[in-house]
Design a protein around this ligand. Structure first.
Ligand code: DX5
Ligand code: ZN
Length: 216
């Protein structure tokens, strides 16, 4: 049985509360954080800034961090994040294929690179990138905002991806993001997810019990 990892998203948390909440999560045993960066172009909204992410990472220790770059110019943010976070995840749909290849070639020795795919993007599209990346972020909702409903066909996608990773013996983390709550987390893990991103369900009032229910 694989280890189940919860990665909270601070997307819907007020700026003044983010650092404090990160510490609350750490005290509850959380070991991975997911930061949602939005540029206002690839998606309409904006969220946490790169400098704030760096600040949180600097002031708190001992967790794995990934930045979900909902950005039409991800290379700019990657350059700024090297040395601060563990994973940076680019949206497959945000730049062209050759640009993605060149970012992987240029930066994967310096930082772990992930590829995020929207609900309509198939695994086949990223198949040839898999040997060179460290994480796939399977979106179970359209990127851009928290609090949406998990799209059911995501289970099959996670399953297929998990099968390919096993078959090819790649060391790739499967992270799933959007609409994950206590009633569907088990099925998401059972389909092959290593890391679940949880926003709304945890951010308002994180408790040990809620975390246990996500892991059951
Ligand atoms: C959506 C973000 C998610 C979001 C998850 O664009 O990528 O990380 O914060 O929030 P919930 O769990 O509320 O769907
Ligand atoms: Zn996200």
């Amino acid at each position: 049985m694989k280890k189940k990892i919860i990665s909270p998203s601070l997307l819907n948390v007020k700026k003044s509360n983010r650092l404090k909440l990160t510490r609350v999560f750490l005290n509850l045993g959380i070991k991975w954080f997911h930061f949602d960066f939005m540029d206002g172009k690839f998606v309409e909204n904006t969220a946490i800034s790169i400098s704030e992410i760096k600040n949180i990472v600097k002031k708190t220790k001992n967790f794995v961090s990934d930045v979900h770059l909902m950005s039409s110019c991800p290379e700019k943010q990657i350059k700024e994040l090297i040395g601060y976070v563990d994973y940076v995840t680019i949206h497959f749909e945000s730049i062209n294929y050759n640009e993605i290849k060149s970012i992987i070639a240029k930066y994967s020795q310096k930082i772990k690179i992930g590829i995020a795919i929207k609900p309509e993007t198939t695994i086949e599209k990223i198949y040839n990138l898999l040997p060179d990346i460290s994480l796939v972020l399977v979106m179970a909702v359209e990127p851009g905002k928290g609090g949406q409903t998990f799209i059911e066909k995501t289970y099959e996608k996670i399953n297929n991806l998990s099968w390919i990773i096993k078959e090819k013996n790649y060391s790739i983390i499967i992270q799933v993001d959007g609409g994950i709550k206590d009633f569907n987390s088990n099925k998401v893990f059972a389909s092959g997810a290593d890391v679940i991103v949880v926003g709304t369900f945890l951010a308002k009032k994180p408790t040990k019990l809620k975390i246990q229910r996500l892991l059951k």
